[in-house]
Design a protein around this ligand. Structure first.
Ligand code: SF4
Length: 246
């Protein structure tokens, strides 16, 4: 993790916000995208959020966000903090989620994190009292392929998925399918078996890589066809895993 990451700041390095989203957790959600990520994924569709922003002028206080959330609240089921990597700023997550939970008008909103799963158990335990759920990306169950895809090994990601599963805080695991890189049937079967050992009915979202927004790559990264995505879902399917494809 970058040392200049404002991890303890109650103000967030916010890249963007969306008032209504139905793809960032259950129901309609207000989404805060944080700036800065400790991965460097070849398939990142939002690479402008990777550099860590340092300095006070990049910080957005929770006080600036709450009125906007309050205005949208009648139409929301919850809020989600995404990235970049949301857990690089746990001080901000704590402040935002605690303030939402303490507010009589907002406390019915669920508070979710969308994460690459790289943070420590200590951070998840710290967030658990105010965090209702997390969506975790698993780029690949194989550590070497994961390293090639993200620049980092997957040990912490696997630990996060296990921990959140056992804590009852894992809403969904997301598998990005990159043809020829992480879609080998044996890899996907192994992934499904591993996830089903944690929760046989886990929600698993299969997401096809799309070039739009991603950086150029040599050789060019391929987009999966609908047939390839359906085959990937079949290969992951183990036990009662609750798989959806988008
Ligand atoms: S973890 Fe997410 S935001 Fe970070 S580089 Fe990978 S895809 Fe991009």
């Amino acid at each position: 993790m970058s040392l200049d990451c404002p991890i303890d700041s109650p103000a967030g390095a916010v890249a963007d916000t969306i008032t209504f989203s139905n793809v960032d957790g259950p129901g309609n959600r207000f989404v805060v995208f944080l700036q800065g990520c400790n991965f460097d994924c070849i398939a990142c569709h939002n690479p402008q959020t990777i550099p860590v922003a340092s300095g006070a002028r990049f910080r957005t206080p929770v006080d600036d966000l709450l009125p906007r959330i309050r205005k949208a609240a009648p139409f929301l089921g919850g809020i989600t903090v995404s990235g970049g990597e949301a857990t690089m700023q746990p001080g901000f997550l704590m402040e935002l989620f605690s303030r939402v939970k303490a507010d009589p008008e907002l406390r019915r909103l669920t508070c979710f994190v969308d994460s690459n799963g790289s943070c420590t158990e200590e951070t998840w335990q710290h967030l658990a009292p105010v965090m209702d759920g997390a969506m975790i990306d698993l780029k690949c169950i194989d550590p070497e392929i994961h390293q090639r895809m993200t620049g980092r090994t997957n040990a912490a990601v696997l630990e996060s998925i296990e921990l959140l599963g056992y804590m009852g805080k894992l809403y969904e695991v997301r598998l990005l399918i990159l043809p020829g890189v992480n879609d080998h049937p044996e890899l996907l079967r192994r992934t499904g078996e591993w996830l089903a050992r944690i929760d046989p009915a886990m929600r698993v979202k299969i997401i096809g890589f799309r070039r739009h927004g991603a950086r150029d790559h040599e050789p060019a990264l391929l987009e999966p066809t609908p047939e390839e995505l359906a085959a990937a879902a079949e290969n992951v399917q183990v036990a009662d895993l609750n798989i959806c494809v988008i």
